[in-house]
Design a protein around this ligand. Sequence first.
Ligand code: HEM
Length: 450
Amino acid sequence: MPIRSFRSIPKPREIPIIGSAHRRFSGPLAFFEEIKAKFGDVVRFTLFDEQFLLVSDPALVNEMLVTKQNSFRKGKALEGARVFLGNSLLVSEGEEHTRQRRLIQPAFHRGRIAGYAKVMAEETREWVEGQEAGSEIDLAMEMNRLTLAVVAETLFGSQVDKEAHVIAESLTVIIENFNRMLLPFWQILQHIPTAGNRRLNEAQRRLDETIYHLIGERRKEGRDHGDLLSMLLAAEDAENPLKRLTDVEVRDQTMTLFIAGHETTANALAWTWHLLSQHDEVRVKMKEEIDRVLGSDQLPGLEDTAKLPYTTAVFSEAMRLFPPVWVIGRRALEDVTLGDYEVPRRTIVVASQYLIQHDERFWPQALEFRPERWLDEAAQTTRPKFAYFPFGGGGRVCIGEGFAWTEGVILLAVMARKWKFEPVPGHMVELRPTATLRPKHGLKMTVRAA
Ligand code: HEM
């Protein structure tokens, strides 16, 4: 197949200088849907002076994330986040990223996840016991609180009971501001002494103080608490055993895991409950499986998650329809080809989980919520790799994937045994595609006995 030039790739009509900027910022997901429908699997567009390429063919996603990953970098999108996250796993590149990944990976091994699973189940039981039949809650917010508690406890263990409120309060302020940190001039903007900035700086200062204090205590004590912090402190570079993570690096990785590790899972769970509230037959079937496997009061552990295939299918299907990370992007470091197209150096290639996971070519009746499709083994083998990629792929695949699957299934199991959630009449559910895919107005639900 002859190589086709970049210029031969179709693109929408654009405005001089700004390109498609006016469209993308008013609704990036709608814009992507529209240009894919109109121009197909490979479309280019511009935002000011940047060239973009939207690819919706799973084979091309595989090239970008796996086979040609060395020709790409994550790019500047997360640059502003460095101010807060340092040069940690989420934002580092190249050899430095490989080193960090090697150091942190053991914290996510199966044996460790078994320990975190206990924390997940216990935190959820506490949440479940705190609910009242008939009360109205914002389930999206509740899932955020619950997954934040889970990640705090798995990172720091019960040691943080005292400091938990400082951590939670400060993080809430930081997370509220996180989208601002992604603004192009954030490094400058953050120094303007507005009330908002002062509050943010104070939150960062208190959080750092608490975390460095915890790190200091742990280093003195030198005992393995079975939590993520112990793992980070003990992490040894196989190629250079003397090279441990410094205090600053441990702090940066901890913050990264807090940020990357809770809102994504919270969104996945919120959307799952949204779908279940509209498909009671699915919820009933899921609850039957949970009751059969766990009985009426046993808390699930890691080994139980494998005995809950229907519950897992529900979670998989919810992440297909509402992928918590709905788009992934990479900048080309050099001229490269994707499929039979030339892609010039510096182009930002984007692929949307949302678009590909709604594509009828790979997902018959794509808009329907049908967990059964995950139990049909023949369908799994014929579907192309990267027709489903909620966790990305290649060398930068989500490090927390195993953690997230365990958390999703355990939280669903513990919650579904006691409660179901009924949409509050008149409450609008709309997508809000920012860095993650959230329900725009939250998810107002009434708690009912299951
Ligand atoms: C349903 C839940 C989750 C989803 C959908 C999700 C999705 C993703 C995706 C798509 C990426 C790759 C981004 C890219 O390549 O540009 C990623 C990376 C990452 N995720 Fe997750 N994630 C989830 C949960 C978690 C959890 C629970 C943790 C940690 C406890 C975590 C930590 C990370 C980190 C540190 C990275 C960066 C990895 C690297 O670049 O080497 N995530 N996640």
